[in-house]
Design a protein around this ligand. Structure first.
Ligand code: 2PG
Ligand code: MG
Length: 410
C-alpha cells in the first residue's frame, strides 16, 4: 500500500463538540475514521489529545508519509504493493507506527489514525475490516447488544431539574440474532418512551425522565414481563460522578451512602430487580469495594460486575482488577487508551481470566462504526451503544450487515 496523504481535521461529534477525523488517501480510495468523546471521563483514561486537538491535528498532518510507507517495506519485509498481511503483521505494523509516534498523540487522535490506517490496509488486502483483523474464517457472531434506553447522571438534564442518578438504564435482549436483538431494543425503547411519557432525549439519545432510580427499574421489569421477550436488565451507575470523600451522594431520592452501605445497596438492587449487569457500582479507585460486592454477588446471583472508570481500558488496571477479584466483566472503549494494541491486550487478558468483554461507544459519538468490526474481530461478548439516532444506529447496522455477510458465506 502506498499512502499518498494523511489528513487530520476537526469535526463535530453528536454533542456538537470538536473531535478528530483522520483521512488516509491511497491510490484505491479515501479512508476515514473519527473518534468519539466521553462526558463521564474516568480519571485513568489517557488524555484525548496531547496538549490540544490542534496540536494533534498538526502532528498528524506533518507526519512523514514516506516513513510510514517504509514501515511496510522494511519492518514487515514486504513489498509495498501487492502483499497479503497476516494478523501478526498487522499488529507489528501498529507497534512500529506507535514507536514512530512516540506518545506524541492523545487517545482520540491515535485511535482515529490507527482505525483509518487499518481500514485502508483491509481494503488493500481485499478484506472487510473485521475479517482482516480476525485472520481466520469467522463462522458466526455471538455478540449481545446492550442498549441504553433511559438516561440520568452526567449525560442528562432531566425534567424540571430532576433526573435519575444512575447514568444509564440498559436493556440486554437475548434473542438469537443481532438483527432480532436490535428489533427488541427498538421496541422496548418505544415502550419505555410511552410509559415514561418521555419527550426529550439525552446526550446518548436515551430517554430523559424525572422518575427516580428504582421507579425506572420497576418500569423496565414491567416492560420486560409484558413484552414477554427474553431480556436482561442492567445499569451503569457511573458512581464516580456522584462520589466525594468516601460518600456516594444521591439526589433522586436524596440519600448518602458510605462504601459499605453502597455495596449493600447495590447487592439489594440486584436481587430486588433481578439485575444482570452493573457497571461502575463503586468509585474508580475502589478495587477492594468492587471485590467485596463481587464476592457477595457470586454466592447467589448471575450478575456481571463491570469495570469502566475502574479499568479505563488499561491493561495494567485490568490486571490489578483481576488480581483483586474486583470484576467479572470489563468495558473496552478504544479512545480511553488510544492504542489498538492495548485494546487487543485488554481483551486477551480479560478472556484469559474469564472476564466478559464489552466494547462500548462514548456518549458523544460520530458516525464511525469501527467498534462494530472490532467487536467481531476481537470476539467481544457484548457491545454497548445507544438504541436511537444515526450515530448509534451506524454501529448496530454495521453489525447486522456483518451478520448477513457471514450467513451468506455459510
Ligand atoms: C459510559 C460512557 C458511555 P461516557 O460511562 O459508559 O455510555 O459514557 O462516554 O460519557 O464516558
Ligand atoms: Mg460507564
Amino acid at each position: 500500500m502506498i499512502i499518498k496523504k494523511i489528513i487530520a481535521k476537526e469535526v463535530k461529534n453528536s454533542r456538537g463538540e470538536k473531535t478528530i477525523q483522520v483521512l488516509i488517501k491511497t491510490p484505491k480510495a479515501n479512508f476515514f475514521a473519527s473518534s468519539p468523546s466521553g462526558k463521564s471521563i474516568g480519571k485513568y483514561e489517557v488524555n484525548p489529545y496531547n496538549k490540544s486537538l490542534i496540536h494533534d491535528i498538526n502532528f498528524i498532518n506533518n507526519l512523514n508519509v514516506n516513513k510510514i510507507n517504509n514501515l511496510f517495506k522494511t519492518k514487515l519485509k514486504n513489498k509495498p504493493n501487492n502483499f497479503s498481511l497476516k494478523v501478526e503483521d498487522i499488529f507489528t505494523l501498529l507497534k512500529n507506527l506507535e514507536s514512530l509516534i512516540k506518545n506524541k498523540l492523545g487517545g482520540n487522535s491515535l485511535f482515529a489514525l490507527e482505525s483509518s490506517l487499518l481500514k485502508a490496509l483491509a481494503k488493500e488486502n481485499n478484506k472487510q475490516l473485521f475479517e482482516f483483523l480476525y485472520g481466520k474464517k469467522i463462522k458466526n457472531i455471538k455478540i449481545r447488544l446492550i442498549g441504553n434506553a433511559i438516561g440520568g447522571g452526567l449525560h442528562s438534564k432531566g425534567i424540571n431539574n430532576q433526573k435519575p442518578d444512575y447514568q444509564e438504564f440498559l436493556f440486554i435482549p437475548k434473542e438469537k440474532t443481532i438483527k432480532e436483538n436490535a428489533e427488541v431494543n427498538d421496541t422496548v425503547y418505544k415502550l419505555s418512551r410511552k410509559v415514561l411519557k418521555a419527550r426529550k432525549r439525552n446526550d446518548e439519545n436515551a430517554l430523559e425522565t424525572n422518575f427516580n432510580n428504582e421507579q425506572i427499574l420497576e418500569i423496565m421489569n414491567g416492560i420486560k414481563n409484558k413484552y414477554k421477550k427474553n431480556i436482561d436488565i442492567g445499569i451503569d451507575l457511573a458512581s464516580s460522578s456522584f462520589y466525594k470523600n468516601g460518600k456516594y451522594y444521591y439526589k433522586n431520592p436524596t440519600t448518602k451512602f458510605n462504601s459499605k452501605e453502597q455495596i449493600n445497596y447495590v447487592n439489594k438492587l440486584i436481587k430486588k430487580y433481578n439485575l444482570f449487569y452493573i457497571e461502575d457500582p463503586l468509585n474508580e479507585n475502589d478495587f477492594s469495594g468492587f471485590s467485596k460486592l463481587l464476592k457477595q454477588v457470586r454466592k447467589t446471583d448471575n450478575c456481571l460486575i463491570v469495570g469502566d472508570d475502574l479499568t479505563a481500558t488499561n491493561p495494567k488496571r485490568l490486571k490489578k482488577a483481576i488480581k483483586n477479584k474486583s470484576i467479572n466483566a470489563v468495558i473496552v472503549k478504544p479512545n480511553q487508551i488510544g492504542s489498538l494494541l492495548k485494546v487487543k491486550e485488554v481483551i486477551e487478558v480479560a478472556k484469559k481470566h474469564n472476564i466478559k468483554t464489552i466494547i462500548s461507544h462514548r456518549s458523544g459519538e460520530t458516525f464511525d462504526n469501527t467498534i462494530a468490526d472490532l467487536a467481531v474481530a476481537f470476539e467481544a461478548d457484548f457491545i454497548k451503544t445507544g438504541i436511537y439516532g444515526k450515530e448509534r444506529k451506524s454501529k448496530l447496522n454495521r453489525l447486522i450487515e456483518i451478520e448477513k455477510m457471514l450467513k451468506k458465506k455459510i
